[in-house]
Design a protein around this ligand. Structure first.
Ligand code: DLZ
Length: 169
């Protein structure tokens, strides 16, 4: 079997990907407004990402009135969603899930979304966080949305808090 085959089928040694954030270094989220844009495609996964992001914002002090949510049909629509809500937020969190085995134009969607999210952040000088799972399998997505590999929504929320603090420093 080729090296690429093993890269795709073997799990990496890294366990919980959300645990690399040092909680002591996470600032208070109390003063900031957050907008979370959620893709409805692979909704079981993106709802778990949302849960992780929302509870993390609250855990670090964000006020409930300062957390808003916008749903978009798929990850492709996340940049437009982010652009729509950015005005009223100190940071925007984009949540989505693209699965290679189930998506024929996987690379095209992933690259376009990543570029689009980057563009919105730079255009409006605002943190727009890439909380999009791009996995080979559905199982990998489950593991990264509250399973044994952590929750990308949690990571995205921590990044949003850090970036909102950085921008408002
Ligand atoms: C069309 C499509 C496909 C095949 N796969 C996914 C996916 O795995 N994850 C995701 O978030 N969205 C997917 N979509 C939908 C596109 O993101 C987009 O909503 C449509 O192409 C309409 O613009």
């Amino acid at each position: 079997k080729s090296e690429n085959y093993f890269r795709l089928v073997m799990p990496s040694k890294k366990k919980n990907l959300s645990k690399q954030n040092n909680p002591e270094k996470i600032p208070s989220a109390e003063k900031f407004r957050f907008a979370i844009v959620v893709s409805s495609w692979n909704a079981e996964i993106t709802e778990a990402l949302y849960e992780g992001a929302y509870t993390t914002l609250v855990q670090y002090g964000a006020q409930l009135k300062n957390i808003s949510r916008l749903n978009v049909p798929g990850s492709f629509e996340l940049p437009f969603g982010a652009q729509t809500v950015q005005k009223g937020a100190d940071a925007v969190i984009c949540l989505g899930c693209v699965i290679q085995g189930e998506t024929r134009h996987f690379e095209f969607i992933c690259n376009t979304v990543a570029q689009g999210i980057t563009n919105v952040g730079l255009k409006f000088n605002k943190p727009v966080i890439f909380g999009v799972l791009t996995t080979n399998t559905y199982l990998q997505a489950i593991e990264r949305s509250g399973g044994k590999r952590g929750n990308k929504g949690v990571e995205a929320a921590v990044t949003a808090i850090k970036m909102a603090a950085l921008k408002n420093n």
